[in-house]
Design a protein around this ligand. Structure first.
Ligand code: FAD
Length: 408
């Protein structure tokens, strides 16, 4: 039986150090500029593609790390560099995972390379699920996909919102309702290929943080995609819908639990992003506290400052441990009987928000300016308690899982 260890193996350390180097040398120096510009940092994505960080191969390698730590380690390092730029680099991965999870071999082989492009001509992809009236309440999507049997095409109509890379993506993955009676089990995912008529970008949002990451509405008006763009294929969809209808008739609980398990496995990755941002702000604050002098001594000589740093670091380490536990559970197929994935996302995201705020306080007036990075990190950190399920939704999931009660 393998010994319990808290240490990364040599290969993991090598990957971590390589990513850290890229984050420190390429991402961090570009962070303030792209935050101000509020634009997708194409040159940085291109750099990431050149060294092999912006590619499916890289994510697949991390994903299949048998310890489960490959993805959280990569997220922590990239987001340590800068959250907005890192999201621009990993955003395509959200759409790619949608295809990997539900697509056929042929769909994976056809579409994922088009999501990334190549180092000389990088592309991005978008995953479009959220809608103006369906955020936390994902089951209430309105975007409809109707099958046109005569032409073997799907016709998609609706408005998506908050789509990372929405409208600028080469490939969009769109979640739509195919059977409105079945809640989230009546949803299916579709590839919308490059330059498909009817898909357009709506409003591009001007955001509080992660401003280097493009977020926009995506409008779908009579978008026609070939039958082959339904992820998983029609036969599989029909079987799945038939099973869901049967289960719905005999008590819907199992349907709900299957969907929950998927989220539990993906949420730790967002927790790891939050750990990266929190760690970045903590390091700036620690450095500042040891060099800034007031009353003739470094400000860290005051317990009021030193204890804050102690608490910040303790929370960050605790968050990382929760993230690693959940990631390990996911890769080893352990059941999330206490919603450990949601726990890790909840704690890490709340930690990032708190720690980045404390960092501003420790830097005093400087912390409040754009001359120092902590104000940006604080703005960035606010996203972690919102996307991939808000903190309230995480608490709801945890409370329901622990109690078995239908808490609302
Ligand atoms: C920058 C950014 C990028 C995003 N990227 C993507 C993307 O790429 N693709 C995509 O599909 N989506 C994306 N999202 C959408 C994101 O997942 C949603 O914003 C999120 O799920 C919350 O939905 P909402 O904004 O509609 O808030 P709402 O669901 O309206 O929630 C508003 C408030 O009510 C609370 N609330 C709601 N229901 C309950 C309840 N039952 N109990 C207690 N409190 C509750 C929430 O916690 C929140 O505080 C992104 C969002 C942002 C801001």
């Amino acid at each position: 039986m393998a010994e319990f260890t808290m240490e990364l193996n040599d290969e993991q350390k090598e990957v971590r150090d390589w990513l850290h180097g890229f984050a420190a040398d390429v991402i961090r120096p570009a962070a303030a500029e792209w935050d101000e510009r509020e634009e997708t940092p194409w040159p940085v994505i291109q750099e990431a593609a050149k060294v092999g960080i912006y590619s499916l191969d890289f994510y697949a390698q991390q994903y299949f790390d048998p310890t489960g730590l490959g993805i959280p380690m990569a997220m922590e390092e990239l987001f340590w560099g800068d959250a907005g730029i890192a999201l621009s680099i990993v955003g395509t991965g959200l759409a790619a995972v949608g295809v990997l999870a539900n697509g056929t071999e042929e769909q994976i082989g056809t579409w994922i390379p088009q999501m990334y492009g190549d180092a000389n001509d990088v592309k991005v992809a978008a995953f479009c699920s959220s809608e103006p009236d369906a955020g936390s309440d994902v089951a209430s999507l309105r975007t409809r996909a109707v099958y046109d049997e005569a032409k073997d095409e799907w016709v998609i109509n609706g408005t998506k919102t908050w789509a990372t890379n929405g409208g600028i993506a080469n490939v969009h993955v769109v979640v739509a309702v195919v059977d409105s009676e079945l809640g989230s089990k009546g949803h299916a995912s579709f590839i919308v290929p490059p330059n498909t008529p009817g898909l357009s970008q709506g409003q591009k949002f001007k955001k509080h943080g992660i401003r280097a990451s493009h977020t926009a509405e995506v409008v779908l008006e009579n978008v026609r995609v070939p039958g082959s763009c339904l992820l998983g294929g029609k036969e599989k969809l029909d079987e799945r819908l038939a099973r869901a209808r049967e289960r719905a008739r005999s008590g819907g609980e199992r349907v709900k639990n299957a969907a929950m398990a998927t989220f539990e496995a993906s949420r730790p990755a967002v927790g790891a992003m939050a750990v990266g941002t929190a760690r970045a702000a903590y390091e700036v604050a620690l450095d500042y506290a040891t060099t800034r002098e007031q009353f003739g001594r470094p400000i860290i000589d005051n317990q009021g400052v030193a204890f804050q740093l102690a608490d910040m670091r303790t929370s960050i380490d605790a968050a990382r441990l929760l993230v690693w536990r959940a990631s390990w559970m996911a890769v080893n197929g352990r059941p999330f009987t206490s919603a450990e994935g949601s726990m890790s996302k909840l704690f890490a995201s709340e930690t990032a928000k708190k720690v980045t705020g404390q960092a501003i306080q420790i830097l005093g007036g400087n912390g409040y300016t754009r001359e120092y990075p902590v104000e940006r990190m604080h703005r960035d950190a606010a996203i972690y308690t919102i996307f991939e399920g808000t903190s309230e939704i995480q608490r709801l999931v945890i409370a329901r899982t622990l109690s078995g009660m239908p808490i609302r």
